[in-house]
Design a protein. Structure first.
Lengths: 548, 548
């Protein structure tokens, strides 16, 4: 028995496009003499469709695609994901379902039972939990079908939720010969083998092979890495689909293969995820060209490299925007960096405009001393010039801010926070250095001078980031501990051997900066907890944020 | 038996402040010889605390307040809202509870059973539904306790949810003498008497008086109007607390009173809600002074009036920022408007800076004609100047955009979209005219010239809003139909007697503009469906948004 895993990259609500991909995959499956074809969770709509699910016409349109797909399932057993109306009057009006076709007929549905409602997930907003574990029979084999989270409860690796039922244990009673799982499981950095180990637990409990098809591609902030999996009944990983691209993984249950390694998920995957995030943001919207400010610092150098790999160097325009505070080194480093990447660099001196603003505002500034106002003016002029070029020439502005800055609010609203997409909003400064080193392993991609220099915003004489922020080696672990791991402050202090007061000061600053992050461009999510999605905190509040 | 309804305005996570308010209310209750004291939902934390609920130290801190409150409950029966840990291993680790004190002892908890997870609510993200309807006895009366949504299922007036259980029917079996309800029920415009009618159904079913204490005050985007209610066993409204302010409502069950009218919820309440939204955004964060651009148009005139009523005219600074495209009328109208309100108006001519940008960018604009780029430049210079004054002088910038513009994206990122708070983001242009007329009923508040003029952004010669947008009389009902009422497009077209194509074009534009709204300041929510909260749609998607 041959299983064709169609690891697709759908666009949300693109019914024609997504169904086109499904139809083509079915044709490829037939060509490969497959018996079973498995698609990702919510294949037809793409995941996550969010509040489009509340539009009844959207649900009807998704359902209508089944009639396009059905004729192509002749001779096959096919599971394809979509939302469907809940026929019973229950709490929510929809199920997150798999439509099941057998030999050209729609033979039923299997509804997702465990509905993640934490972090980036909000499935209880839309869906009613499914019930029961009916098996489907095809070519004499008894097939169980689960959807993503359904198998995660069994290994206890879900986010602050303790589901009452365990679909894997229910399935165990039914003794399936094969378990299929439709997934839309997002990428995050250093999520080590967790999917393989979750599926391994399931396979061992059920004593049957498990086949998981994961969505690939980026939808807004979320990046899905693919890496669909086939595990044997011992829970050993036998085959893995490619990461970060569409892929057909063909599994022959009757041909035994040796176990292979689960995906590594190292720094290289983080880079691939960011490239995919940029590429899909552009291509799914029909954009081709990006613009960014190249400051001579490491963040913009890295974004330029990501943009080049996502869109091609000919589609990227870099602009250096010096003022009197910009160092000569920054100008030459930006130039070197652009030439490494083969990207056009323009230089526009904004100092005269800066001076005009100072003159205009002088009568209103009441002789108050130079402060963040003047710094913000410079970075806002940069934002304005970049946006003007974006508007006039049809380039999309990429934002180059990093997670450490976003955490602390070391960033200017309407200045360096401009842009359509926050490429590095979920990457800490230390991880940015790691990415640069990774890129430079094979050949020089990021200028060594840029990597070595002390980070500076260059908005006043002799400024460095460390004048305002704690050293990144102290700051980043606190961000990770407080935001990503949700550890108590005392634990963070102990683990990092810094004072509780220092941790408290950082955490307070993180809360103070919330209002800025709310106006940030959407940021690619690449860690266990991003600021941009899956973290909802009030702006006006006093917890860990006593007013000064 | 006397019931003291403590309609309080808590700040999220301000345990000291909120407990202080609770303690003072208990003292006032005793002074008034009350027997029962009722507080709003999640009194101790404020509603909604969002992801602060996931911080165990936050939950412990909230729980710790009970020991401060307990000694003051001597001689009283008190229900106060807070989150508490779920002692059982269940799906979620928390309950949304009422702590129940009787004569100085904590005698138990009553957990919320129906957890709204739609629109602005996401309670399933945090809470486990409570079970059962135990009654509490005090001074011989059997008292039922419910929390907000618990009584809403009974009258079938909840958002796309069909709860399996109905706590009111369960309570009916227990035959309580009195029902208490702790609420945090947000305001929205023209929400006609719905709370009174929901509670009336409950009272009639239970044949007992119902007392509801609602939160008052604004927390970020949500505005709670108070208007706590007492209904007799026939479901007649007997007493109503004040709207939009803290209030003590004292109910004597043994003194029969005649029914009164439920709150009207007209245009005057909308104005009060906006004033409260601005006031609490400032006061809860310790800000006192606001700045805004006064263009000579009706939106900024209205925001100036709201700011004055929220903060005092001496705390508001208006700035007119003309370019060559600004009409003489706008300058004089802004001046007249500022003098009506007694607010300082400064004028800063930004045309020279605009010309400097054009000169700087000319070599990069490839001789392309004047387009939105140049318009955006002007409004972005305004944003920069206002933000510079905000930064230097410590004023918070108020955003003056309205819902009709926000819907269509007729607004400039980093330009007129700057600011800390979107005061009118959920008010359509037609409602803005209604508010102006309402304000002018008693005395001249908004300049008649401003009300009468044709709306224009004044960013190019002889421009009017209607060059780009459909007439507001056609546009606003489509926004209302599609966004607020979620009607099918054909229904909207039929009801509005406009063509389906026109509706489709507007809806498509609403989806295209999603990326702009994501970077907007938080906007006060005052309708059934705001863009700023309770509406989650992807940016990258193709539903009703075919790429052109």
């Amino acid at each position: 028995m041959k299983i064709f895993i169609a690891q697709l990259n759908p666009t949300i609500g693109d019914f024609q496009g997504n169904t086109g991909k499904i139809v083509e995959a079915l044709q490829r499956a037939k060509k490969n003499r497959a018996d079973i074809v498995l698609f990702p969770e919510l294949t037809i709509t793409g995941y996550p469709p969010e509040d489009l699910l509340l539009d009844e016409e959207f649900i009807d349109a998704a359902y209508g695609q089944l009639e396009v797909i059905r004729p192509l399932t002749k001779g096959l057993f096919v599971a394809v994901g979509l939302p469907r109306k809940n026929p019973l009057k229950r709490e929510k009006g929809l199920f997150n379902s798999a439509a099941v076709f057998s030999d050209g007929e729609l033979i039923g549905f299997k509804d997702k039972r465990l509905l993640p409602t934490y972090d980036v997930f909000d499935e209880r907003r839309y869906f009613e939990p499914g019930k029961g574990e009916p098996l489907f029979t095809f070519l004499g084999r008894r097939i169980g079908i689960t959807i993503c989270e359904d198998v995660w409860r069994h290994s206890g690796t879900v986010g602050y939720t303790d589901y009452l039922s365990d679909p894997v244990l229910d399935l165990q009673l039914e003794r399936p010969d094969l378990l299929l799982n439709l997934s839309a499981s997002p990428y995050y950095f250093e999520r080590k083998d967790v999917r393989a180990s979750v599926l391994a637990e399931t396979a061992k409990t059920l004593c049957c092979p498990v086949v998981m098809c994961n969505q690939v591609g980026a939808n807004d902030k979320l990046i899905f890495d693919g890496h669909s999996l086939f595990l044997n009944e011992k829970g050993e990983v036998i085959q893995v689909a490619k990461g970060f691209v569409e892929d057909d993984l063909i599994v022959d249950l009757d041909v035994p293969l040796c176990p292979c390694r689960a995906p590594e998920n190292g720094i290289g995957d983080l880079y691939k995820a960011l490239v995919l995030g940029v590429r899909d943001y552009f291509y799914k919207q029909g954009f081709t060209r990006a613009i960014l400010g190249l400051s001579g610092g490491i963040d913009s150098a890295l974004v330029a490299s990501i943009a080049k790999d996502a869109l091609g160097s000919e589609n990227v325009l870099c602009v250096a925007l010096p003022t009197r505070y910009s160092s000569q080194g920054s100008a030459s480093d930006a130039k070197e960096q652009a030439s490494f990447l083969g990207i056009e660099l323009r230089t526009i001196d904004i100092d005269p405009i800066y001076q005009s603003y100072l003159a205009l505002l002088e009568p209103h500034f009441n002789d108050l001393p130079f402060d963040a106002t003047e710094e913000n003016l410079q970075t806002r002029i940069r934002g304005m010039v970049l946006m003007a070029l974006s508007n006039k020439l049809g380039f999309i502005l990429l934002n180059t801010g990093n997670k450490s800055e976003m955490a602390m609010g070391y960033t200017t609203l309407y200045g360096d926070m401009c842009g359509g997409l926050g490429v590095l909003h979920d990457v800490t400064k230390l991880n940015i250095y790691q990415l640069a080193e990774y890129l430079n392993r094979k050949q020089r991609v990021i200028s060594e001078a840029i990597i070595k220099k002390v980070p500076s915003a260059e908005l006043r004489p002799n400024q460095t980031d460390q004048d305002t922020l704690p050293p990144f080696k102290r700051l980043d672990p606190v961000i990770e501990g407080y935001i990503e791991k949700r550890l108590p402050l005392l634990t963070i202090a102990t683990e990092q051997t810094c004072s509780l007061e220092e941790v408290q000061a950082i955490v307070r600053q993180i809360h103070i900066a919330e209002y800025k992050r709310r106006q940030a461009p959407i940021g690619l999510r690449v860690t266990q907890k991003a600021f941009s999605k899956g973290r909802n905190v009030p702006i006006v509040q006093k917890w860990r944020f006593p007013s000064s």
